[in-house]
Design a protein around this ligand. Sequence first.
Ligand code: HEM
Length: 532
Amino acid sequence: MTENRKERQREKYRAADPAEGPLTTDQGVAVDHTDDSLTVGERGPTLMEDFHFREKMTHFDHERIPERVVHARGAGAYGYFEPYESCAEFTRAAFLQDPSVRTPVFVRFSTVQGPRGSADTVRDVRGFATKFYTSEGNYDLVGNNMPVFFIQDGIKFPDFVHALKPEPQNEIPTGASAHDTLWDFVSLQPETMHMMMWLMSDRAIPRSFRMMQGFGVHTFRFVDARGRGTFVKFHWKPKLGVHSLVWDEAQECQGRDPDFNRRDLWQAIEAGEYPEYELGVQLVPEEDEFNFDFDLLDATKIIPEEQVPVRPIGHMVLDRNPDNFFAETEQVAFHTGNVVPGIDFTNDPLLQARNFSYLDTQLIRLGGPNFSQLPVNQPVAPARTNHRDGYHQTAIHQGTNYSPNSLGGGCPAIAGADGYAFSHYAERVEGHKIRKRSESFKDFYSQAALFWNSMSAWEKRHIVDAFRFELGKVGAVHVRERTVDQLAHVDYDLASQVAQGIGVANPEPGAANHKPQASPALSIDNLQGDGS
Ligand code: HEM
């Protein structure tokens, strides 16, 4: 077993043990009394010179930071990742070469829509974000528990999230996703249909973070030592299988124990029942890019496993709870742009937008440009940069800080693209500057239908019930009707069952312009429920 370099690094940051000495101020001055302010006489005014009072109160006043704009509620854990065998054939990423090398990880699971204090078991997407502290720097796989996304181009993300979040005039509702603005957006933006099918399925109410899949969603790129690229989709598969709550259980949990998923993760790790996940990849040679009836750059599409099987490449075990929720789970900063040599991007317009958004939001959420120095975010690989100063700078830099530089001192040399430095994949691109969605992104319904057709009878019933419950709360009748019309493009029977449950007319027979594919090609066979 390799030494856990992240654990050793964390040791350096532990605050002094309060049991080992007297209470002090931030300046280390021992305090004689912390229960009464310094006043003039027993009943007189409080004195400005009471520095202990002022420091205590000021620090308290500044304890909160902004919550994440999405994925605000989460729970995290440390662990490790081990590859099963070398992946050198596809990628030169150091952490995927040697089965004897353990790479430390931090994982944060989350809901998307609710604020920090919301309940765990709401109908929602779950985040599944993993930070690998590799020997070549941090690699973040910032995924979800569903393999597709609502939108195809990141420029729609602010619109989507504004529609998803509580309505602006009254912040109603929180938790469940049912409200007019979300369904208005969905019914006007049919690319959301595939993801909405997943969201209305039992996948949106996982029983446990330990029983949940994870997906990188986008098509990424592996790059080998010779610079050859291979398209890759990432899959996490839980060792315990995929299990969901049923809706009534989920509702009851929200009332009885809003921390249901968070508590389950914490207690399992404390009890030594370590959550374990297998990492799998779907690999597509670059020359096969156009061999699919969908676009690999379209994040609303899966690659059916019948076409490209998932190949297991390693496993991850979560074996340590954080010591401090704020310091670690709250301050962790994942970013799709954190990649290491051997892993690269594609031109998926959703991924490209994310590569801008995460760093940008963290600059405000974590108060400036130095949050990579926070213990949970620090790489175990040495960080030698010319970046200087800024709020919350904790490093004592030495020497010069510019490049090129003939005076030496602190200025790091440039590694060059000689095997261990990151060099961007040399993809050839050409074209006019335009704002236009590719025609290859325009099939919104085939995979939504594929999903529906792959469901068992009881899974279909749960989906219909979910649509009825959520859509049934929408006040605007035309939004309900328009959503039913969209569903008719997915499956007429689904649309008419939903229509009957929410008091709108059946769509016109034949409204579905898409003929569902016969083969239930989607592999969701391990989804378990009570079948009722
Ligand atoms: C969190 C933006 C799509 C997974 C966030 C955050 C932002 C964001 C701003 C908060 C980050 C922070 O404060 O640290 C976006 C944008 C997207 C997008 C602009 C589309 C253009 C996605 C997709 C996935 C995803 C497709 C899954 C594949 C996550 C996860 C988190 C997150 C897991 C929580 C990370 C954590 O636990 O700290 N996203 N997101 N996002 N996003 Fe996205």
